[in-house]
Design a protein around this ligand. Structure first.
Ligand code: ASP
Ligand code: MG
Length: 418
């Protein structure tokens, strides 16, 4: 069996869903189809959530608008709307009822309860549409089977508990095509969780791992993995094949083409990942696998924006290594802050992280008894894999370099635009 994953950009309108069905029709193998929320639905639901949490009634109209977008897709796709509209209306009523209740918990919890509806709605519509084309399609609610802990908005998979359920529920003797949600899961107690923004790729990889898939295909609106974001460097070139290691390095450095957590579950079972173009389904795309070689070694450029560079210094001028280091990193872990780059000197440590101010502020607050912190805000982290002097020159001119770090294969700069 294979896992196909379709992201929001692929399923942004009725035309996208028709293309999805065409792509599915070309595949003979048993299939798990993992779908994200339509287009910008996740962002729209985030706005609904924020308005609702601060008690602004505009949330009603924002929510209706999002729902209407789904209804207009239904209008275009279905001649008989009874089944799909029935299911959608029940789901929508459930969310509205939830939002009428007075009880509010913290932001992360409510985020998952509300924003997860984007994936529920997209998969209802995709599954019902596929049913009009194929006889053996089933919709599955992944929340009952992909179990996670209760770290809302960034939930961790409970691997062994989930694997048994997943193997039981995706039964290809019963159906050939299963449609399910990316990005979301559920706790043992039955509460909805999410796996982090853009997490549907990760879902596809998890399911592939648990079901021993022969491959995963992520269908995207780009021809494959490029050596740079073409919006930044317009002469970006497609990479035909890359290794798991290369893919991990690239996504960790900030390449947005697939979610960073996607590679590990695939690597562990040696399952190849194809990144292919939804717009040109005949193209070969990029393959990520164990024994891949970069046929022609070219520099790969990655830019991570909205970063903060924090210098942390023990107030008593003690060395930063040793106890101080473990204290500092423990604190990063507790606050759920991912470290993108570290550079240590004798009495200070520089850390580059995503600009998530509330989290960073509470971290610094925690450390403030013993450590002083200096910030450089609005910086970027630029990385080049397989760098050359020319490649470095190309992306660092017009930028003030605050920090530079080199290994044999990668150079990284924390920079500020001048
Ligand atoms: N819909 C979610 C998001 O936009 C998950 C995903 O697209 O992978 O973040
Ligand atoms: Mg998305």
């Amino acid at each position: 069996m294979k896992v196909y994953k379709f992201g929001g950009a692929s399923v942004k309108d009725a035309g996208g869903i028709r293309t999805l069905a065409e792509i599915v029709s070309r595949e003979q193998a048993n299939l798990v189809v993992v779908v994200s929320a339509f287009g910008k639905t996740t962002n729209a639901l985030e706005k609904v959530l924020k308005a609702w949490l601060i008690g602004e009634n505009v949330y009603h109209s924002l929510l209706e608008e999002t729902y209407k977008n789904h209804q207009s897709v239904i209008e275009e796709l279905f001649t008989d709307k009874t089944a799909v509209s029935g299911k959608m209306d029940i789901s929508f009523a459930r969310l509205k009822e939830y939002m009428l209740s007075e009880k509010r918990r913290d932001y992360d919890f409510e985020y998952d309860q509300v924003v997860s509806y984007g994936e529920i709605w997209s998969t209802i519509i995709v599954a019902e549409y596929l049913k009009t084309n194929f006889s053996d399609v089933e919709w599955l609610d992944i929340r009952e089977n992909l179990l996670t802990d209760d770290r809302f908005r960034d939930a961790n998979i409970l691997w062994s508990e989930s694997a048994n359920r997943i193997k039981g529920i995706f039964d290809f003797k019963k159906k050939r095509i299963y449609v399910t949600q990316g990005f979301i899961g559920g706790t043992v107690a039955g509460q909805t969780t999410t796996l982090g923004r853009e997490g549907s790729d990760y879902t596809a990889a998890i399911l592939a791992n648990m079901l021993d898939a022969e491959s995963v295909v992520v269908w995207k609106d780009v021809p494959g993995i490029l050596n740079a974001d073409p919006k930044w460097l317009p002469d970006a070139q497609k990479l035909d094949e890359i290794s798991y290691k290369e893919a991990v390095e690239m996504t960790f450095s900030g390449a947005k083409v697939i979610h960073p957590k996607t590679i590990k579950p695939l690597h562990n079972k040696n399952i190849p990942l194809y990144v292919r173009s939804f717009l040109e389904p005949g193209g070969i795309g990029t393959i990520i696998k164990a024994d891949a070689t970069l046929k022609k070694i070219i520099p790969v450029f990655i830019k991570k924006e909205d970063q903060i560079l924090i210098s942390i210094l023990p107030k008593d001028f003690s060395f930063v290594m040793g106890d101080n280091l473990s204290r500092i990193f423990h604190s990063f872990m507790l606050h759920g802050i991912k470290v993108n780059l570290v550079e240590a000197s004798a009495v200070s440590i520089d850390v580059c992280v995503d600009d998530e101010r509330p989290k960073v502020d509470s971290l610094i607050n925690d450390l403030k008894e013993e450590f002083a912190a200096i910030y450089n805000e609005k910086v970027e982290m630029l990385s080049i894999r397989h760098y050359t002097a020319e490649a470095i020159e190309r992306i660092t001119t017009d930028r003030e370099i605050l920090l530079e770090q080199r290994t044999r294969s990668t150079v990284r700069f924390v920079v500020r635009q001048v």
